[in-house]
Design a binder for this molecule. Structure first.
Ligand code: HEM
Length: 463
């Protein structure tokens, strides 16, 4: 027992798993090998220490890692017209997501973003909270039925977040194709690193790599499954104010034409995919951190009981769940669900006094920014109090940026923030999460940040 004046020992400090960076940027041949294993292994120590690292892994291929907040701001916000989305991203995601709102550029992007944005206004999001709470309650009821034991929490989180996105975006609720979409979406991204490595090598798109066949098969299945949902709605006579209804009713402001079927499929698929994998990863890592930091787990539980009692979490509770929110933010700092984003300058530009030629690959390594030695004190340590209101206010907006920044900032940001708090609060109140003392999962980038070896945690329902 502690007595007045005795400070709790610092031994409870938690340094959860990270990726050990190589001391220097690595040459192309080895970089490719590491890339396929885990693209985060290519981030060298200077990327976590310097404002910007310029590297030419092979002649004619320039990679620039940008981490200083004002430079990130220049790329993503101030000069966003000059730094466009890359071919790399199109190569990795375009096969399944087509030319939808995540992957398109210019006027085509603007139109699609304007069509989908109204669904993500604050007032609209608050009306989704009952569905979020109901999906969370469905999972906690399943935990109760199966009793205490070890569960694949990563799979549980994929299931529940897909449930949320389908219930909120589609008038008919969870479609019959749900299992196929979840399965193939995860498989498609699991093979993304081969495509990335191939693109970095500037291999022609017709030249297959070991994952080409599997990726094509997953992409085709995904598009067919979503195409079936669209066809069903058309057969029912379209209409509806949900996402699909809006996509079908949208008219191109330039020529008044409806959205092509292929683009309707691309956008519906984009929102189903981008709208569940990322939030699932955020929750998975947050629950891992709770299993490793029982004192924080207790604090979150106490707060949720205090604010919401044992009833469902409602929209009015969300702003009052301050500790829960801080823990979620710290989880997304240490484990940003989208750890790497990239851009490409269309013309020659100057960045921090360095001239960068057109088409160089600019990487904004959110993972390294969130653990940068010059930006954070003791960056690898789990400490939700970094996000106490006065400390958070003092941060430049591109120091903590799990959702990106600028005109291409995550469309679903507010949706995801509310959803994460509602689900996390429900789970921590409903069960105790425990760690086996051994599992130290490496964070692996497969477009989203996955735990190597999955996330088995002991889940003990609280009666
Ligand atoms: C914790 C959860 C999430 C995280 C961390 C996250 C992260 C991100 C990031 C970093 C970007 C910017 C990519 C870039 O600039 O290259 C992005 C874009 C996007 N996100 Fe999210 N996201 C999350 C949840 C969601 C949800 C729930 C939805 C939809 C319901 C969504 C839909 C999108 C879309 C459509 C874009 C593309 C926006 C555009 O280019 O205009 N995301 N997300």
């Amino acid at each position: 027992m502690l007595h007045a004046g005795v400070v709790a020992p610092a031994s409870s400090a938690l340094y959860p798993p990270t990726v050990v960076p190589p001391d220097q940027p690595i040459r192309l041949e080895r970089a490719l090998f590491e890339y396929v294993r885990n693209p985060l292994r290519v981030l060298s120590r200077p990327v976590y220490e310097e404002p910007m690292v310029v590297f030419e892994p092979a002649k004619g291929r320039l990679v620039v890692w940008v981490t200083r907040p004002d430079l990130v701001e220049q790329v993503l916000v101030a000069s966003s017209d000059t730094f466009t989305k890359t071919e790399l991203e199109r190569r990795v995601l375009g096969g399944s997501l087509g030319d939808g709102v995540l992957t398109s550029v210019g006027a085509h992007w603007r139109w699609q973003r304007r069509t989908t944005a109204p669904l993500f206004r604050h007032q609209e999001i608050l009306t989704y909270v009952p569905e979020m709470s109901a999906a969370a309650a469905g999972l906690t009821a399943a935990w109760l039925r199966s009793g205490p034991g070890v569960r694949a929490v990563d799979a549980d989180m994929i299931d529940v977040t897909f449930d949320v996105i389908a219930r909120t975006m589609l008038a008919g609720g969870v479609p019959a194709e749900a299992e196929e979409i979840k399965r193939e979406g995860t498989a498609y991204l699991a093979n993304s690193s081969w495509e990335l490595a191939w693109a970095l090598m500037k291999m022609p798109t017709w030249l297959p790599h070991p994952a080409t066949f599997a990726r094509k098969r997953s992409a085709a299945r995904l598009r067919r499954a979503v195409g079936d949902i669209v066809a069903r709605r058309r057969a029912e006579g379209e209409g509806g104010n949900d996402l699909l209804g809006r996509l079908l009713a949208a008219r191109n402001p330039e020529n008044g034409a409806p959205m092509e079927d292929e683009d309707v499929i691309s956008n519906l698929l984009t929102l189903l995919e981008a709208g569940h994998e990322t939030t699932a990863r955020a929750l998975t890592w947050a629950l891992y951190l709770m299993a490793r930091a029982p004192e924080w787990q207790e604090r979150v539980r106490a707060e949720v009981l205090d604010v919401a009692g044992d009833g469902r979490i409602e929209a009015g509770h969300v702003p009052r769940l301050a500790i829960t929110d801080r823990v979620m933010k710290e989880a997304m700092r240490l484990y940003p669900p989208a750890p790497l984003i990239s851009r490409m300058p269309t013309v020659e530009v100057r960045l921090d006094e360095v001239t960068i030629r057109p088409r160089a690959q600019i990487v904004i390594p959110i993972y390294a920014i969130h653990r940068h030695r010059r930006l954070w004190e003791d960056p690898d340590r789990f400490d939700p109090d970094r996000f106490l209101p006065e400390r958070e206010k003092a941060m430049p907006r591109t120091q903590y940026m799990p959702f990106g920044a600028g005109p291409r900032i995550c469309l679903g940001m507010s949706f995801a923030q509310v959803e994460a708090v509602v689900l996390f609060a429900t789970f921590v109140r409903a069960a105790r999460f425990g760690w086996d003392g051994r599992h130290l999962p490496e964070p692996i980038s497969r477009v989203t940040l996955r735990p190597k070896g999955g996330m088995p945690l002991s889940v003990q329902p609280i009666l």
